[in-house]
Ligand binder design. Structure first.
Ligand code: FNR
Length: 366
């Protein structure tokens, strides 16, 4: 149990102090808006609100889950409460980090608890897919999932899929057999929405179709091009073999832009586009490609660690103003209209998508 907690500290420390981002882009540089000289709307009528899982949000940005698992209001608790205050202020959703530590050490529950400062926030709990695998001793089921939700008063549960990270760390949970079936069984009994979430290597159309077939409610594509968990594990690795493996897989995965297109093309599920989203133009592109939210983790960590709510809000407001400006310049009054504006897709992203999906059909139906 102590190990899980120490690991979380190491993750945060490396994320704060080192370059943990992919060396490759998330693909959105290949996606282009067509500037409109006569937008025929007023900039101040642009409406950024979106609907998701039966709720309405003021802005299409999702604060992706990062942490939890310390006692009381120490580091993790401070991070979550700071993010929650910002999310409450802006009426946007947020996730907490993996609640595995809380399932094992119930006394750490407070570090995930934000309802005292964010009574209305749409809050998403978080458990790991490998914990539901056949070979896992004391594998999770409905009981643990309910505990994750109900202890913190969450509205939905994210199940993170992270085979890449698990595979490059020495103590990784690399058993994944039976996870899909376990999630299908969970979904059948579970009264809350479930979001399947990658953590930096993206979701393919094949996986998306399976997730939709078992009734999963939404997908966070968690694509390549932002925080790289192989990078984090590279810094944590103790020996040469470990360092080599993590370095080799530093840039493994499906880029965020590509993953959004694959999932939108192959399913009707709401999409959260997370992974290297660092400005509002990129975010607007993700929305135009069919995502409901752009998700952000790493850029918010620094102010959140300091308890700097205004710092978190400032970053988010910058994104919001950039999204609004991009929407004005393509003549989109709202996110629904943004999905209908022309997009030009070039380069690597185009080459990939031409081999994987019917690109013109996707661009029509996004
Ligand atoms: C994460 N992420 C993450 N995801 C998850 O499902 N459970 C978790 O416990 C964590 N923990 C975590 C800690 C830290 C410090 C970071 C930066 C990230 C992954 C996160 O939600 C997101 O999917 C990725 O980080 C990609 O987004 P960015 O960082 O590129 O914006």
């Amino acid at each position: 149990e102590e190990l899980t907690i120490i690991r979380k500290f190491e993750h945060i420390e490396h994320c704060l102090k080192r370059n943990v981002q992919a060396h490759v882009s998330n693909g959105f540089e290949d996606v282009h808006f067509v500037h409109m000289s006569l937008p025929e709307i007023d900039k101040d009528e642009v409406d950024l609100s979106v609907e998701f899982l039966g709720r309405k949000f003021d802005y299409p940005i999702f604060i992706a889950g990062m942490t939890g698992g310390t006692k009381g209001s120490q580091l993790a608790g401070r991070i979550n409460k700071t993010l929650a205050k910002a999310a409450q202020e802006l009426n946007i959703p947020m996730g907490v980090g993996s609640q595995r530590a809380m399932i094992r050490n119930p006394e750490t529950w407070e570090s995930y608890y934000v309802r005292d400062v964010a009574p209305d926030v749409f809050l998403v709990g978080n458990l790991g897919a490998p914990q539901f695998a056949e070979a896992m001793p004391n594998r999770y089921g409905v009981e643990e999932a309910l505990k994750a939700i109900e202890t913190i008063g969450a509205d939905a549960l994210a199940i993170h899929m992270n085979p890449l990270q698990e595979s490059v760390q020495p103590e990784g949970d690399t058993q994944y057999r039976g996870v899909l079936k376990a999630l299908a069984e969970l979904k059948a009994e579970f009264p809350y929405p479930i979001i399947a979430k990658e953590t930096g290597a993206g979701v393919s159309k094949e996986v998306a179709v399976r997730l939709e077939s078992i009734g999963i409610d939404a997908i966070d594509v968690g694509g390549l091009g932002g925080t790289s968990w192989s990078a984090v594990e590279y810094y944590r690795a103790k020996d040469e073999m470990g360092k080599n493996l993590a370095l080799r897989f530093w840039d493994w995965g499906i880029k965020t832009a590509i993953s959004v297109a694959e999932v939108r093309y192959s399913t009707d599920l709401p999409i959260i586009a997370t992974g290297g989203m660092r400005d509002g133009i990129t975010m607007a592109k993700a929305l135009a490609m069919g995502a409901t939210f752009a998700g952000v983790a790493l850029p918010l960590l620094k102010p959140a660690v300091k308890g700097d709510v205004e710092g978190v809000i400032k970053i988010l407001r910058r994104y919001i103003e950039e999204i609004r400006n991009a929407m004005f310049l393509v003549g989109a009054r709202n996110v629904e209209e943004l999905r209908k504006v022309p997009l030009v897709i070039t380069g690597f992203t185009r080459e990939w998508l031409e081999q994987r999906i019917d690109l013109p059909a996707y661009l029509r139906r996004r």
